[in-house]
Design a protein around this ligand. Structure first.
Ligand code: PLP
Length: 397
């Protein structure tokens, strides 16, 4: 059977693959601790579920406008104004089936064969595949741990060519948890304006920042930056709504219009019922978010302290998201019972097989000297998993 090159070039998501192996092991009755998922372990708050039930009962079961209901887009505009000081009108908002879908639409309308997209590493794996799906090339730029895993203006400038069309920023970051400050974004913004290219700012982990500050969106720095930026956000992480599939993009009118047109010929509107749930989430009571945030913060402190106490492990203190990204360099080149650990991928297999702990090797994000652990499981699980990791690492010589 002959498939299109486009299909042949896609790599399956390694994070989803590891998580599904862990879930299979659990289904077989094995006691697995999974740090692999990127999904909150909390349930969707009740008032959000009720809004969906009410939508079904009210017969809101038909097509909506392709880019989302006007009520939802208005509430998104209010949210962007309140939280980021950004002024958008509803015709600049496109609601899609998850932020992943919003990103896909954005990439499809912004870049094409011959274009280069600057992708700071470590990066969330779907960016790379979506760049390829748009026919463009990723220019991967390592953001160094010494710089808090953040791209410097000099590194950005050095990566620019006459084919550069787009930069992808993800703050707070998956996998490192890095959060850019207003000053750091300002320094990047100067380079972006000078060389005149677009930015995708993926702000999906916006609500999980641990030093009490609010996320600064690069779009809020100047009218020129706002014009060049596609802001991406959604309800999956903030409101524990991964299964509902609602994400959105805010962009300059021609970009939003093109994204809407693309969506109109692919998925049409995202689910009407999920849109009403998202309306209740974004426009309603934010107290559940604060509770989740407090719990993530507790887990983050615990996991950081415990990881850094393991000999040979050093873990960067993430400013946001719900991941930690410790370095395992110390163990690279050593061996476990005769098996060489040539990088995090080998370590991930040994941890899963021998200690029944699932983590994601850094190769999935562009650097196999690191592993990613998410703390979206209970404190008991975290403690159990870390004990197992510490026990196994002791046997690596
Ligand atoms: N962006 C980043 C950085 C993510 O980590 C994820 C989910 O893992 C998404 C986007 C996609 O989220 P959604 O569930 O809204 O598609």
């Amino acid at each position: 059977m002959k498939l299109a090159n486009r299909a042949l070039n896609i790599s399956p998501s390694p994070t989803l693959a590891i998580d599904s192996v862990a879930k299979e092991m659990i289904a077989k009755g094995m006691s697995v601790v999974s740090f692999a998922a990127g999904e909150p372990d909390f349930d969707t708050p009740d008032h959000i579920k009720e809004a969906a039930v009410a939508a079904i009962r009210a017969g809101k079961t038909k097509y909506t406008p392709v880019a989302g209901t006007s009520q939802l887009r208005e509430v998104i505009c209010t949210k962007l104004k309140t939280d980021q000081g950004l002024d958008y009108t509803p015709d600049q908002i496109v609601v899609s089936a998850g932020a992943k879908h919003s990103l896909y639409n954005a990439m499809q309308v912004l870049v094409q064969p011959g274009d280069e997209v600057i992708l700071p590493a470590p990066y969330w794996v779907s960016y790379l595949e979506q760049i390829k799906l748009a026919g463009a090339e990723a220019r991967i730029v390592p953001a160094r741990e010494e710089n808090g895993f953040k791209l410097t203006p000099a590194e950005l400038q050095a990566a620019i060519s006459n084919r550069t069309r787009l930069l992808i920023l993800n703050s707070p970051s998956n996998p490192t948890g890095a959060v850019y400050t207003a000053d750091e974004l300002g320094a990047l913004a100067a380079v972006i304006e000078k060389y005149d290219f677009m930015v995708i700012s993926d702000e999906i982990y916006e609500k999980f920042i641990y030093n009490g500050t609010k996320l600064v969106s690069i779009a809020s720095l100047s009218p020129g930056l706002k014009e060049r930026t596609v802001v991406i956000n959604g309800v999956s992480k903030t409101y524990a709504m991964t299964g509902w599939r609602i994400g959105y993009a805010a962009a300059a009118k021609p970009v939003a219009k093109a994204m809407g047109a693309l969506q109109g010929h692919s998925t049409s509107n995202p689910t009407s019922i999920a849109q009403d749930a998202a309306l209740a989430a974004i426009g309603g009571d934010q107290a559940p978010v604060a509770l989740m945030m407090a719990e993530y913060s507790r887990r983050r402190n615990f996991i950081l302290e415990r990881l850094n106490a393991i000999p040979g492990i050093s873990c960067f203190k993430p400013g946001g998201s719900f991941y930690v990204f410790p370095s395992i360099k110390h163990y690279v080149g050593k061996s476990y019972k005769g098996r060489t650990i040539s990088g995090a991928t080998d370590l991930a297999s040994v941890l899963l097989e021998e200690a029944q702990v699932a983590i994601v090797p850094g190769i999935a994000f562009g650097d196999d000297n690191y592993i990613r652990l998410s703390y979206v499981c209970s404190m008991e699980k975290i403690e159990d998993g870390l004990n197992r990791i510490a026990g196994l690492l002791k046997l690596i010589k």
